[in-house]
Design a binder for this molecule. Structure first.
Ligand SMILES: [Zn+2]
Length: 380
């Protein structure tokens, strides 16, 4: 394609910031916790109306994901594969959050629940799509708007993996890294486990020897589990929740703890998973039940992802800013596509405070990142 303008001149709309802010306000003020499918649907409906205004073909896929097709040939078996763009409509914020952290602009920052993660990414993508004015790359652009990324993508993983197989590259409009505004070229794999401990109850004063304390067993297991971490290999293991017992004068029959695991390689994921499944009780009267596993494979920093990054970096330089890249600990839906297709993440709105009360987008930086996304969609 020969673009009429250089990326540096790419327009993000007639009144860029005004329209970006208007759209962001509209999406942010529709609270959409992952736990409320109807609320998430309301956000998807608005975004679908934007897609229709651009003549996209739109579909509701199984599991609550919306699919928008821009310039994708209608007949199957086309030679050119589509570019796939991933984004999610849900947020971690419960209903009522707007009361404490309303949508508001303060200087160069725009605050509100879900602005940075990742309604700003959705708004930026649509500004970029409009700027393309119907000039889509060969094979077109397929966009998936999922409903449940923040709770592990259990209902959308299958459609994401299928879409990745027909994509020549995947762009994820999750936010860039806070402060550095760098793209994400790798993410750790994420796992969660629950260990349930079943002991034997007894009177704590009269017959303690008849009991088998689930709490004592859990305490020993917690130390064993945390020792599975391997700093040099980037593997972290953290017991984040624990509970058990009932009354203080009873040898406790029940306890549980929950484990968060992050790995940089599939090999490490398998090592930790096997070790968790093979946990054995120290006291033979105690039973351990381990559930859970790795729910996102690692997004390994690969040559093909770095090739996409190099392209993005060159485009950013033409636009006039320096674009870095980092590997991060948090997962995204890019973890599902990276093993299948070249994936670049962090193409959303720059800011800070994901999942935190100071969540915001940086208005001074945002238009450049929208220009970058526009240029990438045009030239990849
Ligand atoms: Zn996100």
């Amino acid at each position: 394609m020969t673009p009429q303008t250089t990326p540096g001149q790419a327009d993000v709309g007639a009144e860029p910031l005004v329209s970006l802010l208007r759209d962001l306000k509209q999406l942010t003020e529709l609270e959409s916790p992952s736990s409320d499918p109807l609320a998430v649907c309301a956000v998807q409906d608005v975004v679908e109306s934007w897609a229709r205004a651009l003549q996209a073909r739109t579909h509701a896929l199984p599991g609550g994901t919306r699919q928008f097709l821009f310039g994708v040939p209608e007949s199957g078996g086309a030679d050119d594969k589509a570019l796939l763009v991933l984004m999610h409509a849900d947020t971690v914020w419960p209903h009522g959050t707007l009361g404490e952290m309303p949508f508001r602009v303060e200087g160069e920052r725009v605050y509100g629940p879900g602005t940075y993660d990742m309604k700003g990414g959705i708004v930026g993508l649509f500004a970029a799509l409009r700027a393309l004015q119907g000039q889509y790359p060969a094979g077109g652009i397929e966009v998936l708007l999922t409903p449940d990324e923040e709770t592990g993508s259990h209902h959308s993983r299958a459609v994401i993996e299928v879409a990745a197989q027909r994509a020549r590259a995947v762009l994820v409009v999750e936010p860039p890294v806070a402060e550095s505004h760098a793209l994400k070229t790798g993410r750790k794999g994420v796992g969660q486990f629950r260990v349930e401990v079943q002991g034997v109850a007894a009177h704590a004063g009269n017959k303690p020897h008849e009991g088998a304390s689930a709490i004592t067993e859990a305490a020993r297991q917690v130390l064993a589990v945390q020792a599975l971490a391997d700093h040099a290999k980037g593997t972290t293991v953290s017991v984040g929740c624990i509970g058990g017992g009932g009354a203080v004068n009873v040898i406790p029959a029940r306890a549980f703890f929950d484990v968060d695991v992050r790995v940089s390689t599939l090999e490490e994921g398998e090592r930790v998973t096997t070790a968790m499944q093979e946990l054995a009780a120290h006291d033979e009267r105690v039973k351990l039940t381990v559930s859970g596993g790795l729910n996102r494979p690692p997004f390994e920093r690969s040559d093909r992802t770095l090739a996409l990054y190099a392209k993005a970096r060159a485009l950013a330089e033409e636009i006039g800013f320096d674009l870095g890249e980092e590997v991060v600990g948090g997962g995204s839906d890019g973890n599902f596509t990276a093993p299948v297709a070249p994936t670049l993440d962090g193409l959303g709105a720059p800011g800070d405070g994901a999942h935190a009360a100071h969540e915001h987008i940086r208005l001074d930086r945002w238009p450049d990142h929208v220009r970058l996304l526009t240029a990438l969609l045009r030239e990849l």
